[in-house]
Design a protein. Sequence first.
Length: 254
Amino acid sequence: MNDFEELITTNSAETNPFDLIFRFFKEPIFVQALTHASYAAEHLGTESYERLEFFGDSILGYVVSEYLFQRYSRKPEGELAKIKSQVVATKNLGVLAERCGVGIHILLGTGEIAQNGRNKLSTLGDVVEALIAATYISKGIELTKTFIMNLLQESIELAAVAPGSQNFKSQLQESLAALKLPLPSYVSYSTGQDHEKTYYVTVYIGDKVYGYGEGSNKKAAEQLAAQQAYEKLILNNTAIDLSAAGKTEDREVK
């Protein structure tokens, strides 16, 4: 087992990846990583995160590139480049940071606050890169790798299945939430030996099945099931049976 595999197998998908570094946020280097230029402009002697963002971008690229090189030894350079580009994109980083509640910690100027700056994906993505640099400078490369892999594991697996593909699991959940409908639940099982398992996933809304997926790993199968449900419900406007849709107590909602 290599270093990256140890990092991934110790990560729980149910935890907030930023929990690893939240406890450091009062340290000066982390305060700087959370300081927007608009706040620095209003507080003389305060430095923004922009230099850390520059450094963090390079660290992020290195860690992701090293992992992809080791993990996907049969993929050509062009495909690895597409996966990396998708994973480290500012928008992807911003979406992950927004879900994890990073915005509330960002120091913003009054104008930026008025423009809802805490929820701007570009700002959130920049802050992630700055936090990566702060973690590296203050805590070293090993903790930095752990943080990055905990944050990006699912994004990497999704991109590796089909570079450029959408995160249908998130899109399905967000669309149902916007429509004030029950969230999906996923039931899975696997067959085969540990080194060559096949995963089968069924997605439910309430007690009704809306999609199936099959893949070489659980997350890929979940994405395929979610894609089928998303296309059926959202794109094709299939009606949801609300009489059963509220019954999810027997399944774990993910």
